[in-house]
Design a protein around this ligand. Structure first.
Ligand code: NAD
Ligand code: DGY
Length: 392
């Protein structure tokens, strides 16, 4: 039997009842909903991951839309409950939506939103941070220092890898993978190899200079420096074999589940660095722990875990692993922007607005100095639901 859950209410007389399953950063998202006649209910229950029963209790008998989190299981049961309560919209406060059964939502006529774009650079910066921290053994060195073990400079103390001139490999070169690739190429002058199911034109335009100026490689050459090289790999194995630092940025689906496993780890260089800021199950974490044990010079930087919030046995003891708690999108601007996009996804559907025509261009929704467009920024099942599309 579901227990009542604690909530905070804004604008109690609002016509549309919109629920957020968590308090979210900033207040703009609340104000935007209130201005459009929404009663906003925020779950304040001291429980990190809400169960399906908790969320059913929150939805109640009448609910127009829900803003939810990636830790929740949005399947048939919840979409059926939302639809029975008159709900037409759900938005994840995340770009990834592997926790959502989109077909079930479509079956019940519920629009599913996500929050692309606003977290691209922030997430790529964390992937870059983990790459650097692993290459230069920053966490190990910090622990050593705090333990009072430093008794003077030594030639061999925490020697790591130089990134300049090495090869960075990106698997999944979409928005975040491409932004990360640019950071590593521009920032550290690494050569690039990437693998994606599709050609990443935005990334290739940058490295080949199709924007009308010199490519980055030509620019380096003109400045008397060694130019960087790049290529699109024809298989993931090619990236694993050739790259010194590999960062994973695909979506999680059945094609990417355990994409990195015992066999693929065996193909990688013994001193390679592997970074994962996508989703935990993209790596077979048991195989990874074994690989880390067998290859002490192989290092990983992980933001996500297969059985989140848990780690597979042995991982926390590995000195060659850096682990952080799914914080890749955690900058203030990004988290406030994610909350805004999620709220506007729900609001747009509740108000009958069209869907924004390009979810890669959401800047207008994030400008605090002007009202957002009357559209839902990103609805992933818009086509399946036959929703109208806004003209830019
Ligand atoms: N750790 C975090 O906090 C965090 C933050 C943001 C996003 N993410 C994760 O990152 C993912 C990517 O986000 P994005 O905005 O860059 O999405 P995106 O859709 O722009 O990019 C994903 C890319 O993966 C590629 N891809 C799909 N299947 C593949 C396969 N089998 N092999 C190789 N490539 C494949 C796609 O073609 C696409 O280019 C999200 O789905 C989410 O799960 C995590
Ligand atoms: O998919 C996402 O958006 C992240 O995992 C949370 O930022």
């Amino acid at each position: 039997m579901a227990q009542p859950v604690a909530i905070e209410v804004w604008n109690p007389n609002g016509k549309y009842r919109v629920i957020s399953t968590k308090p979210m950063p900033g207040t703009r998202w609340i104000n935007l909903l209130i201005e459009q006649d929404c009663r906003v209910e925020i779950c304040t229950q001291k429980k990190t991951i809400l169960s399906v029963e908790d969320i059913i209790a929150l939805i109640g008998d009448k609910c127009d839309g829900v803003i939810g989190q990636l830790t929740e299981d949005w399947g048939d049961t919840l979409f059926s409950a939302l639809s029975k309560a008159g709900g037409k919209a759900f938005s994840n406060m995340a770009v990834g939506y592997n926790n959502v059964d989109v077909n079930a939502a479509t079956k019940y006529g519920v629009a599913v939103g996500n929050t692309p774009g606003v977290l691209t650079e922030t997430t790529a910066e964390l992937a870059a941070s983990l790459s650097l921290a692993a290459a230069r053994r920053i966490v190990e060195a910090d622990e050593f220092m705090r333990a009072g073990l430093y008794d003077g400079w030594l030639p061999h103390l925490f020697v790591g890898n130089l990134l300049k001139g090495q090869t960075v490999g990106v698997i999944g070169a979409g928005r975040i993978g491409s932004a990360y690739a640019r950071m590593m190429v521009e920032g550290f002058k690494m050569n690039l190899i990437y693998y994606d199911l599709y050609q990443s034109t935005r990334l290739e335009k940058f490295v080949t200079g199709m924007y009308g100026s010199l490519s980055y490689g030509q620019f380096l050459k003109a400045s008397g420096e060694q130019p960087v090289t790049w290529k699109r790999a024809s298989s993931m194995e090619e990236v694993l074999r050739e790259a010194d630092v590999i960062s994973l940025h695909p979506i999680l689906d059945k094609t990417t589940y355990h994409l990195v496993n015992k066999d693929s780890l065996a193909v990688m260089k013994k001193e390679a660095i592997l970074v994962n800021c996508s989703r935990g199950p993209v790596i077979d974490e048991v195989a990874l722990v074994e690989h880390l044990k067998q290859n002490p010079m192989f290092r990983v930087g992980l933001d996500v875990f297969e059985d989140e919030p848990y780690m597979k046995p042995g991982l926390s003891e590995m000195k060659n692993a850096i682990v952080v708690p799914h914080i890749a999108s955690a900058s203030k601007w990004t988290r406030e922007g994610m909350a805004t996009l999620a709220a506007l996804n729900v609001l747009g559907k509740v108000k009958g607005y069209p869907v924004w025509s390009d979810p890669n261009r959401v800047d207008l929704f994030l400008d605090e100095n002007s009202p957002p467009p009357a559209a839902s920024p990103s609805i992933v099942n818009a086509k399946a639901l036959g929703l109208p599309v806004s003209k830019l």
